[in-house]
Design a protein around this ligand. Structure first.
Ligand code: ZN
Length: 71
């Protein structure tokens, strides 16, 4: 093996992925970090899969979903 152990520093400007405001469901339990993209669930009022609390609509800046997303 001859690969370098050096890790590139973060000082340079990285090629950041563009983020878009995306509709999401956010868990109402403040201790729970769970959220999900609205586009991935079709329930009108989903429950949190982690803690079972109700989820409320929110918005997050997320990278665009792949075009190859299954339907
Ligand atoms: Zn939760």
């Amino acid at each position: 093996m001859n690969h370098s152990a050096r890790i590139p520093s973060r000082s340079g400007r990285e090629h950041a992925q563009p983020l878009y405001p995306t509709e999401v469901w956010e868990c109402t339990n403040e201790d729970c970090p769970c959220w999900m993209r609205k586009g991935l669930t079709f329930e009108e009022q989903p429950k949190c899969p982690m803690c079972g609390s109700e989820m409320m609509p929110g918005e997050r800046m997320l990278p665009r979903v792949s075009d190859k997303e299954p339907r």
